[in-house]
Design a protein around this ligand. Structure first.
Ligand SMILES: [Zn+2]
Length: 491
């Protein structure tokens, strides 16, 4: 569904088709003026843009990247022979470990920098194995490129010039892309209007952080229309608002980020918003990460996530074992190459998720650029580290998540891998699902349905444990809900 804005600020809800997409874009002067959007180019034009940008990028890398200069020398690779994105297969992949062990080696030190190559800001990747955040440097050029990426992501999501955004990302202790890029969303919205909830872990001295209750109130007070934040936190805000009988009738879009949002979760959020008066809200799940400084977005629920700018990022998928590039539609490791950056630059970088991509025109909006596809249950990507060996069977926790989130009556959950006897490391593995339930369904009903679903999905039984919601996820304590916990002793 698309929203076609009227001059008086109202809008009509119309079906997402290529024709209607063009109507919406023509209706919004800033979108209509964005005439070099690669997502509406012919496939050979996109390739020519990518190849041209790659050549320029390799000149920069040859000049200023300590890591890649070393790699070219070590592997006897002549970067001048890499003329197209197809030739990139000659370059070995760059792993997260390579980047994290020496982030400075990936920061360009150009011999003749221009004003636009000066440092603009630094964000950090979180969730590293060592717990130490890794810096990701943005120059002025990178910041401008990211602004345009975000503008095009808003355009894909159907943002209107009248849309009021509420940034529900926490103001966290580490500058990470959530809060800051959501700030940039407001800057890039046509006639941008927006507010910040500024939730997050309180500081002992500077009392600047606000509560979940403040966020709930803010959305009603400013009549926020688009909510942007981490999926599990947004859902918590919406649950609280529903309990309090708030008027959220003005909400027309929710952008769930930072986590996979299975169908059950989206349906749950939609039902709650509709209970508060919203009219057919778009519950979107974008796919983003620090190393792209933004997100790929949906034009329609489950449409696939569109790369907002194929001129900035080249995506490919490679086989996990052979590391060969895979054809469209096949699931493997997602790999990104930066085509136009002068801060931190990564070539053929393994993002750390399993995914599949396609270059077929989108049946909904008609965009021709790169798009991720639904690969696991009703979600796009799985963290590569998340495949778990349980009772000798390799299982994908994403499938479990999908089944749990699609079970009615579950408000919060956590999947725990443990031992039958926690004091005995050699006792059999046990699968425990901790559930925080809603008042409207009995424990017995939930347990029965969940057992069936788990059995069907992973062919093993689970022990179901009921707990308070805040025991499973407390938004004041952590950024996002920890859905998967492995308590078994490490080998
Ligand atoms: Zn589309």
């Amino acid at each position: 569904m698309l929203r076609l804005g009227n001059p008086d600020g109202s809008y009509d809800i119309i079906e997402t088709t290529p024709e209607n997409t063009q109507r919406v874009l023509a209706n919004e002067p800033l979108y209509a003026a964005d005439t070099d959007d690669p997502n509406f180019m012919a496939p050979d034009e996109i390739r020519a843009l990518q190849n041209g940008n790659l050549r320029r990028q390799l000149e920069r890398v040859k000049d200023g990247s300590a890591y890649y200069k070393g790699l070219f020398k070590r592997e006897k690779i002549d970067p001048d022979k890499i003329e197209t994105v197809d030739d990139l297969v000659r370059l070995p992949l760059t792993s997260k470990a390579d980047y994290m062990s020496d982030p400075e080696a990936f920061r360009l030190k150009l011999s003749n920098p221009t004003l636009y190559d000066w440092l603009w800001d630094v964000t950090y990747t979180t969730g590293t194995t060592t717990g130490i955040p890794t810096p990701f440097y943005n120059t002025i050029l990178d910041a401008y490129a990211t602004y345009r990426l975000i503008f095009r992501a808003i355009k894909i999501g159907g943002g209107l010039s009248t849309t009021r955004v509420v940034n529900l990302f926490p103001l966290g202790p580490i500058p990470h892309i959530g809060f800051f890029r959501a700030r940039d969303i407001i800057a890039m919205m046509p006639y941008g209007q927006g507010s910040f909830a500024c939730t997050g872990m309180p500081h002992p001295e500077f009392k600047i952080h606000r509560s979940l209750d403040y966020a709930v109130e803010l959305i009603e007070k400013i009549e926020g229309q688009a909510l942007v934040g981490i999926a599990s936190f947004i859902r918590r805000v919406i649950m609280k608002a529903e309990q309090e009988g708030r008027d959220y009738s003005q909400v027309h879009g929710v952008e769930l980020l930072g986590e996979a949002a299975p169908k059950g979760m989206r349906d749950d959020v939609r039902r709650r918003l509709e209970n508060m008066g919203a009219d057919r809200p778009f519950i979107a799940n974008s796919y983003g990460f620090t190393e792209m400084q933004g997100a790929m977005s949906e034009c329609e629920e489950f449409s696939g996530c569109h790369n907002p700018d194929d001129g900035l990022y080249f995506f490919e998928v490679v086989d996990e074992k052979t590391l060969e590039r895979l054809p469209d539609g096949e699931v493997g490791l997602l790999v990104i190459t930066h085509l136009n950056r002068t801060g931190t630059v990564l070539l053929r970088y393994v993002v750390g998720d399993y995914a599949a991509i396609t270059h077929e025109p989108c049946p909904f909006c008609g965009r021709t650029g790169t798009r991720t596809q639904i690969t696991v249950g009703s979600t796009y990507a799985t963290r590569t580290s998340e495949l778990v060996n349980l009772k000798g069977t390799l299982i994908n926790p994403e499938i479990l998540r999908d089944e749990i989130a699609n079970t009615a009556g579950i408000a919060e959950y956590q999947v725990v891998f443990t031992k039958k006897d926690p004091s005995d490391p050699y006792s059999p593995d046990e699968l425990v699902i901790r559930v925080g339930k809603l008042p409207d369904r009995s424990e017995k009903d939930i347990e029965e349905e969940l057992q069936q679903r788990i059995l069907r999905a992973v062919e093993m039984r689970a022990r179901i444990e009921f707990a308070e919601l805040s025991e499973i996820f407390d938004p004041d304590e952590s950024l996002k809900a920890v859905r998967i916990v492995d308590l078994r002793p490490k080998e």
